[in-house]
Ligand binder design. Structure first.
Ligand code: TTP
Ligand code: MG
Ligand code: MG
Length: 373
């Protein structure tokens, strides 16, 4: 298939961390919600990680100091929440698994975005691109409860700019015939990789729009920003930067890690709290259509050391077996390391493989849906 006929989707979750908080607590819906990374130095030090659109209306943005966000939200009934990385990571993995089941190739770009090659899905027919976007949005919503924005274009750069332009809860298709008119009026910062510094440098020679950027000769541009960047800018500004959608790496393992309710070395306490992560892992395996022959545990100690144990087997494990092995591994770990106290604990499944017939692991999950939280 020629490069011209590729149909690439870029999927980005809307106000991701804050949306997850909304999903887990419907009372928050529509309110200014701000997810914060508290640095711990003072009660207020840290930055905003994600903000709902209701909070953005007051000017709150990711990366802004918490104190500044509080000032902007003075007198407003706003909710500031601490970041819960594991919770968002679990949702992220569910979204990526959903995409993987829909299209052949998914390139995970960040915790909340991915490129999906929809060329096969659409048969290369741009009339089906809108339907592809609708299906992706509907599947992500029905399987995870999350809303996203999808941009579709003939390459990754155009697809990403398209999704940026359609936020939130949007769908924007830019077929090859519209690439030029779509890109031309945009500011240089619209290109992925062009931050304020590079934009200022381009502005210093009077280049502010992609139309102007695409008209520049490669020589003066190279002198200004270096050869490699110049080549990227020239191609990207014309919508001609082609880069394949690639799975970054094959999934050799899946894992979940949690922060324990309190520091402990009690196996029962640890395994109890790993109940839900284990169920979620078994479900993730089932959704990926794989079974595991290996299981490992990980502990982060109160001294922030990482300790691990793992075992692999000749045949895929059932959910009950996983449970038992996890317990056994924690018993042996904590017996051997008599002075460690765990702060975080996790489980990973490895030696993932396609089952030859349905196993107990997948059967266990067939009719069960787990709530994360
Ligand atoms: P983004 O996709 O950039 O932002 P978003 O999903 O919150 O909002 P949008 O609707 O505009 O897509 O980033 C994804 C997540 O990454 C975000 O929810 C939180 C995290 N993040 C940070 O922690 N710090 C940051 O500065 C940014 C930009 C994101
Ligand atoms: Mg996002
Ligand atoms: Mg993003």
């Amino acid at each position: 298939m020629s490069t011209q006929s590729r149909i690439i989707a870029h999927v980005d979750l809307d106000y991701f961390f804050a949306q997850v908080e909304e999903l887990l607590n419907p009372e928050l819906v529509g309110k200014p919600v701000v997810v914060c990374v508290y640095s711990g130095r003072t009660a207020e030090s840290g930055v905003v990680s994600s903000a709902t659109y209701a909070a953005r209306r007051y000017g709150v943005r990711a990366g802004m100091p918490i104190a500044r966000a509080k000032k902007l939200l003075q007198g407003v009934e706003a909710i500031l929440l601490p970041l819960r990385r594991e919770v968002y990571q679990n949702f992220s993995e569910k979204v990526m698994d959903t995409l993987r089941r829909e299209v052949d190739t998914v390139e995970v770009e960040s915790v909340d975005e991915a490129f999906a090659d929809g060329t096969r899905w659409t048969g290369g027919d741009w009339r089906k691109a809108f339907q592809l976007g609708q299906v992706i949005k509907a599947r992500v919503l029905s399987e995870t409860g999350l809303r996203c924005t999808v941009g579709i274009g003939p390459n990754k750069v155009v697809a990403k700019i398209a999704s940026d332009s359609a936020k939130p809860d949007g769908l924007k298709i830019v077929p090859p015939s519209e690439v030029s008119s779509f890109l031309k009026p945009l500011k240089c910062e619209a290109l992925p990789g062009v931050g304020p510094k590079l934009a200022a440098r381009l502005a210093s020679i009077g280049v502010k729009t992609l139309d102007q950027l695409s008209a520049l000769e490669i020589e003066p541009l190279s002198q200004l920003v270096g050869h490699k960047t110049a080549q990227y800018l020239r191609l990207a500004s014309r919508g001609e930067y082609e880069e394949q959608v690639k799975e970054k790496k094959e999934r050799k393992q899946i894992g979940r890690i949690i922060t324990l309710k309190n520091d402990t070395r009690e196996v029962d306490e640890i395994v109890d709290q790993l109940e839900e992560p284990l169920a979620s892992l078994a479900e993730a395996a089932a959704r990926l259509g794989v079974v595991a022959r290996g299981v490992g545990i990980i502990g982060i100690t109160t001294r922030l050391e990482t300790v691990t144990r793992a075992r692999s087997f000749d045949t895929p494990l059932s959910f009950e077996e996983l449970h038992e092995i996890v317990r056994t591994l924690f018993v042996s770990l904590l017996t051997e390391l008599s002075d460690v106290v765990l702060r975080r604990a996790g489980v990973r499944l490895f030696a993932l493989e396609r089952p030859t017939h349905q196993t107990r692991l997948t059967a266990f999950n067939a009719d069960k849906v787990y709530e994360l939280g």
